[in-house]
Ligand binder design. Structure first.
Ligand SMILES: Cc1cc2nc3c(=O)[nH]c(=O)nc-3n(C[C@H](O)[C@H](O)[C@H](O)COP(=O)(O)OP(=O)(O)OC[C@H]3O[C@@H](n4cnc5c(N)ncnc54)[C@H](O)[C@@H]3O)c2cc1C
Length: 264
């Protein structure tokens, strides 16, 4: 983990409500594992006072630059959009947290994301592709222009199923996956951006007897376990949901097993 004033390569509109920031941060990019995140602050500004956490969306092939796809939510992301021009600098700490685990013998996985939660998945899919693992992607968003990363996953030739609320067909993006999983075995499932989807994925993974992981989002300050500002209750025994403990999302997560965070 390091803190760096990273030169901004570009900061441009991505699609819908989302922006894409690329910075030069060679040590962070080189060390980053899929599912880890960075904690960002606007250089020289006291507003917002606390850093804002973001998944790393992509890492360049030379592993010198990293991208963050972000949704404009409040003061911090509005200022990121307005005050981080190309040739400016961005105060970055990272890589932070524990990311996804990709089983060594995995042959086929499924990734499932909703909205800007999808931003946690491309680094995982990049690694899976590099290892020759087949990926099935299920992406959902409110509107078509708020779907991200479809092009990234499709460029690998992986099947991508999309679903938007405006299609108004009802159901979940995971419905076709439920059907497919009756005839096709997966080695792991990864979900981000929706507890409802996480619950559906947990059911499929349990039926197949394989792990499912979820990348959690929680308000946080330091990002490395010091301030205890992002503590959540997690299950510590899969077979006895009475057993629980408090854990920092930033340090013990943001990736957890679905059974750890889905409470009955
Ligand atoms: C590990 C991690 C990875 C993340 N990755 C991404 C990413 O890749 N792209 C992205 O756009 N966002 C991501 N987020 C969420 C992002 O950190 C928040 O959207 C951002 O901090 C909002 O800052 P703001 O100052 O614009 O809004 P604020 O003014 O802080 O908040 C505006 C509103 O949004 C709510 N809010 C803010 N942050 C969160 C949160 N974390 N969970 C629930 N509600 C929240 C607040 O309660 C408030 O109502 C991630 C969060 C975590 C913890």
């Amino acid at each position: 983990m390091e803190q760096i004033l990273a030169p901004v390569v570009f900061n441009r509109h991505l699609t819908g409500d989302y922006w894409l920031l690329e910075v030069e941060a060679p040590n962070v990019a080189a060390a980053l594992r899929p599912g880890q995140f960075v904690n960002i602050r606007i250089e020289g500004s006291m507003s917002p006072y606390l850093r804002r956490p973001f998944s790393v969306y992509r890492v360049s092939t030379d592993r010198r630059r990293l991208q963050v796809a972000y949704k404009i939510i409040g003061e911090g992301t509005r200022l990121m959009k307005e005050t981080m021009p190309a040739d400016g600098r961005c105060d970055v700490i990272g890589p932070l947290g524990h990311g996804f685990s990709l089983p060594t013998n995995a042959r086929r996985i499924a990734v499932i994301g909703r909205g800007i939660g999808i931003a946690a998945l491309p680094t995982l899919v990049d690694e899976a592709a590099m290892r020759g693992i087949e990926v099935h992607a299920y992406l959902s968003a409110r509107t078509r222009d708020n779907l991200v990363a479809e092009d990234i996953f499709a460029a690998y030739g992986f099947p991508v199923f999309t679903h938007t609320d405006e299609q108004a067909t009802g159901g979940l993006v995971t419905d076709p996956l439920v059907k497919l999983s009756q005839t096709m075995q997966f080695d792991a499932f990864y979900v981000c951006g929706s507890n409802r989807l996480a619950r559906a994925i947990h059911g499929i993974a349990t039926a197949q007897g394989v792990p499912a992981e979820i990348a959690m989002e929680q308000h946080m300050a330091c990002g490395f376990g010091d301030c205890h500002g992002c503590v959540i209750k997690i299950n510590t025994d899969r077979d006895n949901l009475e057993e629980s403990a408090l854990r920092e999302v930033c340090f013990h997560g943001p990736v957890f097993n679905t059974w750890e965070v889905l409470h009955a």
